[in-house]
Design a protein around this ligand. Structure first.
Ligand code: AMP
Length: 547
C-alpha cells in the first residue's frame, strides 16, 4: 500500500521559489569583477534567474544541454545556477585554474553548447574559443559599459543585455527529479578528469543534509560567505543551502586575499564561511599581522584537504571561531562527514575534544561509510586499523559521465555497490573517521604504512613553517621513506635538524622523516590541494641522490 502524500519532484527550482516567497527581502552581496560591491535580494535573484531562463531558451538551449560557466562566486553565477538547472539544462561549472588544454578537453567532453564567463577570464576564453568543438555561444557576464572593446571571439554577447531583453515571466518546468542538473569534473591530478553528473534529486537531498545543525548548520540568521569556489563542487552546496534556509549570501568574487576577505567578513557581518586550508592561511596571516579580531564570524567549514590542527587551534582559541572540519569529494556532491561533537563528548577535557574535532568527522545522514582491508573485508571501528574508505548514498556517484572508466563501484556480500574513495582512513567507536592518507600518497616503509597527513600536521605546528608536504622518497633499504618538503614563513628561520627534532615525542621514531627539503612554494592544483605527485617527480629520488 502506498502512502497518500503529494508526489512533488525534488527540483532545484523549488529552492529558489521558496527563497523568493519566504525570504524575498534577504540580501545577496557580491564583490564584482568590475570592482564594485553589488547588493540584491532573493526576490530580485528569482526574477533575474527567470529572465536568464528565457534568455537561454532564446539562445536555443534545450533540456539536457550543457551550459558552461567560467566564473567567480557572484550573483550572476548564482542566477545561472538556477536559470540553467531550473529550466532543465545542465550547468557545467568549469574550473578556470586548469590549464587551457584541460579546459578544452573538458568542454569538448561535456559537449558544452554555451559558455558564460567573467571578464577576468577573457584571455583564457580567447585562447580556447577557436579550439572548442561544440560551444556556439559566448556570453560575458557583465554590462555593456564593461564589455571588451575588441575581442578575437566573434559575436560576443553581453549578459546584462540578454537579461534586459528577456521577460521575467517564466514558469519553472516540472520534470523527473532524477534528471541531470549539473556537471563537475574531478581534479584529475593523474589522467584526464572525469565528469560527475548530479541530479536534481541528489542536489536537493544533499542540500537538506548539509544545512542540518550537525553538518554545516545554516539558518535564516546566518550571513554565509563561501570562499570555496562555485566552480569547485558547487561551492560545497552552499548556494543551494542558503536559498533553502534564507541565509544572507556574501560572494567574494575574485578577492580571495586576506585583506579583501577580512573586510567582507566584517562589513557584511558574516557568521559562517567555508574553504580549503590554503585560503585560511592567507586570511589568518593578514588578521595576525594587523592584530585584528572577527566580530561576527563564529564558524568556518574547512575541508578539501586535511585541516592542520595548528590552524584549527588558532581559529578556535585565538579568534573564537569554531572550525567544522569536513570531508568529501566531487563524487559525493561533496559532503560526506563533518566533525561535530556528540553530546557525550561535549564534557570531555579540551585536548580530547580537540583531538576529536581534528578528525574528518562522522557521516551525515544519507552517507554510509566503511573501511576495508586489502582483501575487501570490512575492518573494525577501533580508531586504529586503517583501510580504504568506501561510501554509498543518494548523492554519491553511481558512474562517471558517459560511463568513463567503467563501473567504479565495488559490490559487497549483499550485492550493494560501494564507491571506493581512494582515501585511507580509520573509524573510531563513536563513528568519527580520520583520513590518514590518499591511497596514492601513502608512504610504504619496509612494508609498513606511514600516513603523510600526520607528518604534515606536526610540521605545520612549528612556528616557522608556512606549508608542509610529506612525500614518499625512494629508499635503497626501506623502498620508501618520508621526505618533508617545507615552505618557511616569511623572515622565519629553521634548520633541517631543528625540524626533525620537532618530531621527537610527537610520533613513533621510525615515522620521523629522513630529510627536509626547503622550497619557495609547494605547487597547488586547481582546487587548492598540494600537488604531491609533482613533488614526487621532483624529489622522489632525493634520498638516493644524497646517499
Ligand atoms: P575533490 O573531489 O577535488 O574535492 O577531492 C576529494 C579528495 O580531497 C578526497 O578524496 C580527499 O582525499 C581530499 N579531502 C577532502 N576533504 C578532506 C579533509 N577534510 N581531510 C583530508 N582530505 C580531504
Amino acid at each position: 500500500m502506498n502512502g497518500s502524500m503529494m508526489q512533488l519532484p525534488l527540483l532545484i527550482s523549488s529552492l529558489l521559489v521558496h527563497a523568493e516567497r519566504h525570504h524575498g527581502e534577504q540580501e545577496i552581496v557580491s564583490r564584482r569583477v568590475e570592482g564594485d560591491i553589488h547588493r540584491t535580494t532573493y526576490r530580485e535573484l528569482a526574477a533575474r534567474s527567470r529572465r536568464m531562463a528565457n534568455a537561454l531558451a532564446g539562445l536555443g538551449i534545450k533540456s539536457g544541454d550543457r551550459v558552461a560557466t567560467l566564473a567567480w562566486n557572484g550573483h550572476r553565477h548564482l542566477e545561472l545556477y538556477y536559470a540553467v538547472s531550473g529550466s532543465g539544462a545542465v550547468l557545467h561549472t568549469l574550473n578556470p585554474r586548469l590549464h587551457a588544454d584541460q579546459v578544452v578537453y573538458i568542454a569538448d567532453h561535456a559537449e558544452d553548447e554555451a559558455l558564460f564567463f567573467d571578464l577576468t577570464f577573457l584571455p583564457l576564453v580567447e585562447a580556447i574559443a577557436h579550439r572548442v568543438k561544440t560551444i556556439k555561444t559566448f556570453v560575458v557576464m557583465t554590462d555593456r559599459a564593461h564589455m571588451p572593446a575588441a575581442s578575437k571571439i566573434p559575436n560576443l554577447l553581453c549578459y546584462e543585455e540578454l537579461a534586459a531583453a528577456s521577460s521575467d515571466a517564466f514558469a519553472w518546468p516540472s520534470f523527473d527529479e532524477n534528471q541531470a542538473s549539473s556537471l563537475c569534473y574531478t581534479s584529475g591530478t593523474t589522467g584526464n578528469p572525469k565528469g560527475v553528473l548530479y541530479s536534481h534529486r541528489s542536489t536537493v537531498l544533499h542540500t537538506f543534509a548539509i544545512a542540518l545543525p550537525d553538518a554545516l548548520n545554516c539558518s535564516a540568521r546566518d550571513s554565509i560567505l563561501p570562499v570555496v569556489p562555485m566552480f569547485h563542487v558547487n561551492a560545497w552546496g552552499l548556494p543551494y543551502a542558503a536559498c533553502m534556509m534564507g541565509s544572507k549570501l556574501v560572494f567574494p568574487g575574485p578577492g580571495l586575499d586576506g585583506k579583501s576577505l577580512y573586510e567582507l567578513f566584517e562589513y557584511e557581518r558574516v557568521t559562517l564561511s567555508a574553504g580549503v586550508p590554503t585560503v585560511w592561511q592567507g586570511l589568518l596571516g593578514y588578521v595576525d599581522a594587523n592584530d585584528l579580531k572577527f566580530s561576527t564570524m563564529r564558524r568556518t567549514v574547512i575541508g578539501g584537504s586535511a585541516c592542520p590542527p595548528a590552524m584549527m587551534k588558532t581559529f578556535q582559541e585565538r579568534y573564537d571561531v569554531q572550525v567544522l572540519h569536513a570531508w568529501g569529494m566531487t563524487e559525493m556532491s561533496p559532503v560526506g562527514t563533518v566533525a561535530a561533537l556528540k553530546g557525550s563528548q561535549v564534557g570531555l577535557d579540551a585536548p580530547t575534544r580537540f583531538a576529536i574535532q581534528a578528525k574528518q568527522g562522522r557521516a551525515v545522514y544519507g552517507v554510509d561509510m566503511k573501511i576495508v582491508g586489502a582483501d575487501g573485508a570490512e575492518l573494525p571501528w577501533d580508531g586504529v586499523q586503517s583501510g580504504e574508505l568506501m561510501v554509498r548514498g543518494p548523492w554519491v556517484i553511481d558512474q562517471y559521465f558517459k560511463g568513463e572508466g567503467g563501473d567504479p563501484l565495488v559490490k559487497d556480500g549483499e550485492g550493494d555497490g560501494w564507491f571506493p574513495t581512494g582515501d585511507v582512513a580509520t573509524i573510531d567507536a563513536s563513528g568519527f573517521m580520520q583520513i590518514t592518507d590518499r591511497s596514492k600518497d601513502v608512504i610504504k616503509s619496509g612494508g609498513e604504512w606511514i600516513g603523510s597527513i600526520d607528518l604534515e600536521n606536526i610540521a605545520m605546528a612549528h612556528p616557522s613553517v608556512a606549508m608542509a608536504a610529506c612525500i614518499a622518497a625512494t629508499h635503497a633499504k626501506w623502498d620508501e621513506r618520508p621526505l618533508l618538503v617545507v615552505v618557511k614563513k616569511p623572515n622565519a628561520e629553521v634548520t633541517r635538524d631543528e625540524l626533525l627534532a620537532f618530531y621527537e615525542g610527537r610520533i613513533a621514531k621510525w615515522w620521523t622523516p629522513d630529510d627536509v627539503v626547503f622550497v619557495e612554494a609547494i605547487p597547488l592544483g586547481a582546487t587548492g590541494k598540494m600537488l604531491k605527485n609533482r613533488l614526487r617527480e621532483q624529489y622522489g629520488r632525493h634520498l638516493l641522490d644524497k646517499s
